[in-house]
Design a protein around this ligand. Structure first.
Ligand code: V47
Length: 364
């Protein structure tokens, strides 16, 4: 272990917080295994050898979007042959196709040009009515901001209305990188950091747990990644309520602006994962999202600080529109296998990380 990482190791042993300089050393280190070792130690402290997954289904209710982010291959304007919007009955039907035992429905979509706020409220209440044991994890801060403008009400009112309809938790998307420089180039119509943070702080104050993400591997710098992580750490210190952090590696295929960029490699993905575990020491969980990493890099990710792999997913659309080569969904047995073969203990959880079942070799 080189001297820089040695000092970081000592700090972690003394339970001292890392600073931006330490973070920079981690990202630029050429000792990948040592970086992984630091993050894995912290993972073991937090969750031992357990790695969590959830039996879930992703619903992307529309690909119409008025935001038109330049990094996104998923959105459509409305007149393309593959533009779609799901009605509530379609959503219920899609969830009904899942085998029994589903615990979480993860809902995100584009910012639809004409659907009223009542569509989203009805969506949540219908799912709750039909599927009693399902946690409705729905709508990013970007969608909440959009709904509040549609309806002319505050973030708090928007979230209270959705919570009364059955909203249980919120995903972490839409954060991208908080850098104003990157926002100006790639997602000028998307809410800035302050508003993203405000929505999550209010959600936490209403006992709606949320997640957080980082989109990396496009035009961001190391400093911008580090700043993003420290901003999240501060939100969690001041307004706790984040359950999990998910670093998302950018997929360039079919994107309007960035299709020539080379997809980030596994070494970078693993370093960012490890750095996330180390900086976000106040986040209970870090996710190795197999859809973006691939199941194989996801397995290595468990040795780089991740204690969660998301879940079965059903049919992922956002990353696959941008060329992801991973499967569009995984069977529960594949996930259990993936975790066991990486040397960890698969634990099926619900959306709030209550443990439902622990698996071993006999279960596959
Ligand atoms: O916000 C969009 C990203 C996010 C691309 O909370 C892209 O548990 C890569 O947030 N390449 C949506 N990424 C996904 C998301 C998420 C996923 C899994 C779990 C959770 C959770 C949240 O996907 C968007 C954006 O940052 N994204 N386009 C792309 N071409």
């Amino acid at each position: 272990m080189n001297l820089g990482l040695g000092i970081i190791k000592e700090k972690l042993e003394n339970e001292e917080c890392l600073n931006a300089e330490d973070a920079k050393k981690i990202l630029s280190s050429d000792d990948l295994i040592a970086v992984g070792e630091l993050a894995r130690k912290l993972k073991y402290k937090k969750s031992g050898k357990k790695v969590y997954f959830v039996f879930n289904k992703h619903i992307n209710y529309t690909n119409l979007c008025v935001s038109k982010c330049k990094f996104c291959a998923f959105y459509r304007n409305g007149d393309e042959p593959d533009a779609y919007t799901m009605e509530i009955d379609d959503i219920i039907e899609e969830i009904e196709k899942m085998p029994d035992g589903i615990r979480e429905v993860h809902i995100v979509g584009g910012l639809h040009p004409t659907k009223p706020f009542s569509y989203y409220v009805d969506m949540v209440s219908s799912i709750k009515k039909h599927f009693k044991n399902v946690n409705v994890k729905a709508f990013t801060a970007v969608e909440i901001d959009y709904f509040s403008h549609l309806e002319g009400i505050s973030y708090e009112e928007t979230l209270k209305t959705l919570k009364a309809a059955g909203l249980d938790s919120m995903p972490g998307g839409g954060a991208e990188v908080f850098s104003y420089r990157v926002r100006k180039v790639l997602y000028p119509n998307k809410i800035p950091y302050e508003k993203w943070a405000e929505v999550h702080r209010i959600a936490h104050s209403l006992s709606i747990p949320t997640n957080a993400t980082l989109l990396f591997g496009h035009i961001e710098t190391d400093d911008e990644i580090i700043d993003h992580l420290f901003k999240l750490r501060r939100i969690q210190d001041e307004s706790p309520g984040f359950l999990c952090f998910i670093p998302l590696s950018f997929h360039p295929d079919n994107t309007p602006f960035l299709s020539k960029i080379k997809k980030v490699d596994a070494v970078r993905e693993l370093k960012v994962l490890a750095l996330s575990r180390l900086i976000l020491d106040n986040f209970p969980h870090i996710k190795a999202y197999w859809v973006m990493l691939s199941p194989k890099v996801g397995q290595i990710g468990m040795h780089f600080g991740a204690d969660d792999v998301d879940g079965t997913i059903g049919h992922e659309r956002v990353t696959h529109a941008a060329g992801a080569k991973s499967p569009i969904g995984l069977a529960k047995r594949n996930i259990i296998n993936m975790i066991l073969n990486a040397g960890f203990i698969p634990v099926e959880r619900d959306a709030l990380y209550n443990e439902l079942s622990v698996y071993d070799e006999q279960d596959i």
